[in-house]
Design a protein around this ligand. Structure first.
Ligand code: UDX
Ligand code: UDX
Length: 464
């Protein structure tokens, strides 16, 4: 089977970049990305391609090349479903905030709505692909909805989890370590569907890097990959606290162990804690699944990764208060960075949010500079916590557009995101305009200790 029309439901951080790259690499396939959020679709269609709603290095160029050629963004979900041979579901699956599994299980409400909509609209056979990260065996639920509410057409369900990391999405999509496709590989129809998707990726990914498995292995592999990555960060972060006590330097430890080829050097950077939309959600998901099978030791083992991460964020905030003579009330604290990592405007689960919340509870005033995150987003993140009134958030938190404006007259500066531009800052200049003694808390280990001490900062970095 040759795919001619692809539809993707969800024009977010995953759906948008993934479809842009598929369209760029497969000019003979029409790719339509749909979303219920009109504002988001309008931004994807903005005449000025720099205004697309997601910031990713290299993405605007890919969109510029393919948009209106074979890449389209639309709010007409029904029309796109109707036309497509292959439908990707890439809607968000946040952690449930209500009912059974609250705070742990994934909320599959949007996935189910998509399935029902596909079933209602589809008039010919379709391949439906889970792109969203989902609990193991979600495909079964999808299949049941599609088969029981559809118009008698046939659906094949595939799992094709996305491994791109934000900030390097385009690079990761163009040159992935592997592409994983799970399907009903025991039947001919299932194999045909798998092959159709393999053929799409084979436009640019070497065949031996395209793995095919059964659906459940594919679903579980995605959760496992994120859990393992997050575990490495929590492991090194746990050692960062011990380094601070013993005089070891976590960067040196990290380098020394990373050169062991069995361990490897990646994902060993100590930080104020991991963030992003996936790690916490996926581990909670794994914990919830384990618990639901009565596997309490398995659940506890993985939950500890989250506990360590929460501890690291809290510890960083506590250290600021303690160092500033046990009070930050009425003190101005500058935040450099708000995004959960560099090169993205995504702030979901960013450590900065939790550090800010802690300091605001201590009545600090916070002034924030981030090169890509909007003021509107920062207030939305704080309001979402529900810790204090919206008025209070706006009174205590200011958002500015240069690092100097953030740090001027501040008691302390905290680096929360590792943006490259922070390494290039004139720290001498910043120091001069701060209140003395001036404190620098480096939550991302981006600064060289010696030069900061030479300038005069009271310098505190995670793990040193
Ligand atoms: C993705 C995955 O889907 C998630 O499971 C994974 O764990 C992280 O990455 P992401 O692309 O980052 O999510 O989410 P988001 O940027 O929120 O995009 C989802 C889009 O789906 C939103 O634009 C939303 O408006 C849209 N949506 C949601 C629909 O179009 N229909 C719905 O019913 C629900
Ligand atoms: C992650 C996975 O890497 C990706 O494969 C999956 O598809 C989605 O989830 P993402 O959340 O975009 O991607 O970013 P990632 O680069 O994994 O970083 C997650 C968090 O861990 C960030 O807050 C980052 O700053 C932090 N981190 C990462 C560290 O603190 N130290 C490290 O060494 C690496």
């Amino acid at each position: 089977m040759k795919v001619k029309n692809i539809c993707c439901i969800g024009a977010g951080y995953v759906g948008g970049p993934t479809m842009a790259v598929i369209a760029q690499k497969c000019p003979e396939i029409n790719v339509t990305v749909v979303d219920i959020n009109e504002k988001r679709i309008a931004a994807w269609n903005d005449e000025n391609v720099e205004n697309i709603p997601i910031y990713e290095p290299g993405l605007s160029a890919v969109v510029a090349e393919a948009r209106d050629r074979n890449l389209f963004f639309s709010t007409d979900v029904d029309a796109a479903i109707d036309k497509a041979d292959m439908i990707f579901i890439s809607v968000n699956t946040p952690t449930k905030t209500y009912g059974i599994g609250k705070g742990m299980a994934a909320d599959l409400k949007y996935i189910e709505l998509c399935a029902r909509q596909i079933a209602r609209v589809a008039k010919d056979d379709k391949i439906v692909i889970e792109k969203s990260t989902l609990p193991v065996r979600t495909a079964e639920a999808l299949k049941s909805i599609l088969d029981n509410t559809g118009n008698g057409v046939k659906f094949q369900i595939l799992s094709n989890p996305e491994f791109l990391a934000e900030g390097t999405a385009v690079e990761d999509l163009l040159d992935p370590d592997r592409v994983l496709i799970g399907g009903d590989i025991d039947t001919t129809e299932g194999m045909d569907a798998v092959q159709a998707l393999v053929d799409v990726y084979a436009h640019w990914v070497p065949k031996d890097q395209i793995l095919t498995t059964n659906v459940w292995s594919s679903e579980l592999s995605k959760l496992t990959a994120n859990a393992f990555l997050a575990q490495r960060v929590s492991s090194i972060n746990s050692l960062s606290e011990l380094c601070e006590k013993t005089g070891a330097d976590v960067n040196e430890v990290s380098r020394a162990i990373g050169m062991d080829s069995r361990i490897g050097s990646k994902f060993l950077k100590s930080s104020v804690g991991f963030g992003g939309s996936c790690f916490q959600k996926d581990i909670l998901n794994l914990v919830y699944i384990a618990k639901s099978f009565g596997l309490n030791e398995v659940a506890d083992y993985w939950e500890q990764v989250i506990i360590m991460n929460d501890h690291q964020k809290k510890r960083f905030a506590e250290n600021i208060v303690k160092t500033l003579f046990n009070t930050v009330s009425g003190k101005k604290i500058a935040f450099l960075g708000w995004a959960f990592k560099k090169d993205t405007n995504d702030t979901r689960e960013s450590a900065a949010i939790y550090v800010a919340d802690y300091l605001l509870n201590e009545q600090a005033e916070i002034v924030i500079y981030d090169p890509k995150v909007t003021e509107e987003q920062i207030y939305a993140d704080l309001d979402y916590l529900g810790t204090r009134s919206e008025e209070k958030n706006r009174k205590l938190v200011k958002v500015v557009d240069t690092p100097v404006n953030a740090t001027e007259g501040a008691h302390a500066v905290a680096v929360l995101t590792e943006w490259d531009e922070f390494k290039e800052l004139d720290w001498n200049e910043i120091y001069k305009k701060m209140l003395k003694p001036a404190f620098l808390f480096d939550g991302r280990k981006i600064l060289d200790r010696k030069s900061k001490e030479a300038i005069g900062f009271d310098f505190y970095a995670i793990g040193s």
